[in-house]
Design a binder for this molecule. Structure first.
Ligand SMILES: [Zn+2]
Length: 146
């Protein structure tokens, strides 16, 4: 895991621990309230415990929905950057990752210089399309030009 992602992970872990404690506490209160009810149905102790137990459960439930709305799932987009190994050829193309792609995989003829078997996958990476645009390369000749 990279360093800049750690604070967020720590916060969510803290929240998870808090939620777990809340769950245990509310379950404990509900269980003891039930036990107290069977011991003394006329007593008021079990009512307070049940109320608190349900209250904590309710807070967790609402918080869960609030968290789900806040943390949008990142839709990572994986791309393959293709280059030509021919000296002096600046051909570069970024296209969607295809199954079977791997770095240094040979892709055949270069549409720019016509070099036989000089195309290869230089990079494979994922990015968040909502936050960043894919890397751009100088002298990019996209596949549309072919
Ligand atoms: Zn080329």
């Amino acid at each position: 895991m990279s360093g800049d992602q750690q604070p967020q992970a720590r916060v969510s872990r803290f929240v998870l621990i808090l939620l777990a404690i809340g769950m245990i506490l509310s379950l404990y209160l509900i269980v003891t309230a039930t036990a107290a009810y069977f011991q003394d149905p006329q007593g008021s102790e079990w009512q307070t415990q049940l109320l608190f137990g349900l209250l904590i459960l309710g807070v967790i439930w609402v918080f869960n929905f609030w968290m789900r709305g806040r943390t949008r799932k990142i839709d990572w987009h994986t791309v393959s950057q293709i280059k030509c190994e021919q000296e002096g050829c600046e051909y570069s193309e970024i296209r969607d990752f295809k199954e079977g792609d791997y770095v240094y995989k040979k892709l055949g003829q270069c549409p720019s210089c016509g070099g036989q078997d000089t195309l290869y996958i230089d990079l494979i990476y994922a990015y968040n399309p909502l936050a960043v645009k894919p890397l751009t390369t100088e002298g990019t000749q996209s596949a549309q030009s072919t």
